[in-house]
Design a protein around this ligand. Structure first.
Ligand SMILES: [Zn+2]
Length: 373
């Protein structure tokens, strides 16, 4: 009786253990099937990400050309030098070479070479010949990628019209930002397959997705007219001791702008340089000063039409017979229009004069022209 009871007890125990085992096994099997069948795509994607090192290839930005196809904004090939930590065979030689070629401090380069990261950038905007030289060392773990940098062949010319680009080649002001979506292009990628230690697998090779260059922008500006207008504006600025002078040359037939000058212009290849006396400004005041320097007054500021419109009023007056060239006027040196006093350039006034003299002196006088509807 005692034995019987024990046997039943044992059998019960075995049954429980077996059931638990089968249950756990079934659960694991289910999980395995789930991972291998349903989630296969997800995990192979993750593995590919891990084993594919991705480097982007910058797209060439579209150029900006004047009406005669003169290139006003161009691209210069520069290089970005990087290191891949676990591919470096002789760290000391790599550090020495990079310090020498890139003129960087040894501590800066050493820190980056020793850093355990998938890819560490050492320096960008490196001149192409320096990049080519570094490539010729053929040191494992040193990567030289070609890159584009915006370059403005005429420096200051039409600076506030063209605008410039930032560190990622994106437009900051002017046409560069206005037409960003056309100019920017689409970046490409280089995919390199690596093993678990991050070392490139040679047989698999590189997969490249080629970049698509941005579209060129052809504008109505004429480089020669722009150059002459800039010279004249500089002369006027100096002789009148003015803060700034703007010149706009337009084709009245179709509104095309041939020149848009705002002196002082700034150097598009060094847009963040401030004049010597402004170097000590705080960050906030610095940005304000730069915004002021970059401002295109022809577009952003308003000015009463004044003398440019007097031709129309004078012609209307003559055509309607309200005035003749001999009509006489008296110039007190100003006229009150609405709530403001507009001065004649001779503050004491020109006194008595006829219509021709008044037009010549650009006097501020009232002419009443009846308008018939
Ligand atoms: Zn006058």
């Amino acid at each position: 009786m005692f034995d019987d009871h024990n046997r039943v007890h044992h059998r019960k125990k075995i049954l429980i253990v077996a059931t638990v085992c089968i249950g756990i096994f079934a659960l694991l099997l289910g999980r395995l099937v789930y991972l291998m069948v349903w989630r296969a795509e997800h995990y192979s994607g993750l593995a590919t990400d891990l084993h594919e090192r991705e480097r982007s290839i910058k797209a060439a930005r579209g150029r900006i050309l004047d009406r005669n196809n003169v290139v006003l904004a161009d691209n210069k090939t520069v290089c970005t030098v990087s290191v891949i930590h676990n591919q470096i065979k002789d760290p000391q030689a790599v550090v020495e070479m990079l310090v020498r070629e890139l003129e960087l401090s040894e501590s800066y380069v050493t820190k980056r070479v020793q850093k355990y990261s998938s890819m560490e950038r050492i320096k960008s905007n490196v001149e192409k010949e320096v990049g080519d030289r570094i490539r010729e060392y053929e040191m494992p773990g040193v990567k030289v990628d070609e890159d584009y940098k915006r370059y403005y062949p005429y420096g200051e010319l039409a600076s506030k019209v063209l605008g410039f680009t930032g560190g990622d080649n994106q437009g900051i002001i002017g046409l560069e930002v206005k037409y960003e979506s056309y100019l920017q292009g689409t970046a490409g990628t280089i995919l390199t397959t690596t093993d678990a230690r991050g070392i490139e697998v040679d047989k698999v090779g590189e997969r490249r997705i080629e970049p698509i260059a941005g579209a060129d922008l052809l504008i109505s500006l004429d480089r020669n007219i722009q150059t002459y207008a800039t010279q004249l504006a500089k002369q006027a600025c100096a002789s009148k001791d003015a803060d700034s002078v703007s010149v706009l040359v337009m084709n009245p037939q179709n509104g095309e702008i041939y020149a848009c000058v705002n002196v002082p212009e700034f150097d598009l290849n060094h847009p963040y340089d401030l004049p010597e006396e402004m170097k000590e400004l705080s960050e906030e005041r610095r940005q304000e000063a730069l915004n002021h320097i970059w401002r295109n007054a022809c577009i952003n500021d308003t000015y009463e039409p004044g003398s440019t419109f007097k031709i129309i009023t004078a012609a209307a007056g003559l055509e309607e017979g309200v005035v003749t060239p001999e009509s006489t006027f008296s110039c007190p040196g100003f006229i009150i229009v609405d709530d403001r006093k507009i001065r004649c350039h001779k503050i004491s006034g020109h006194g008595a004069e006829n219509f021709v003299q008044g037009t010549m002196n650009s006097c501020k006088q009232e002419i009443y022209i009846p308008i018939y509807f």
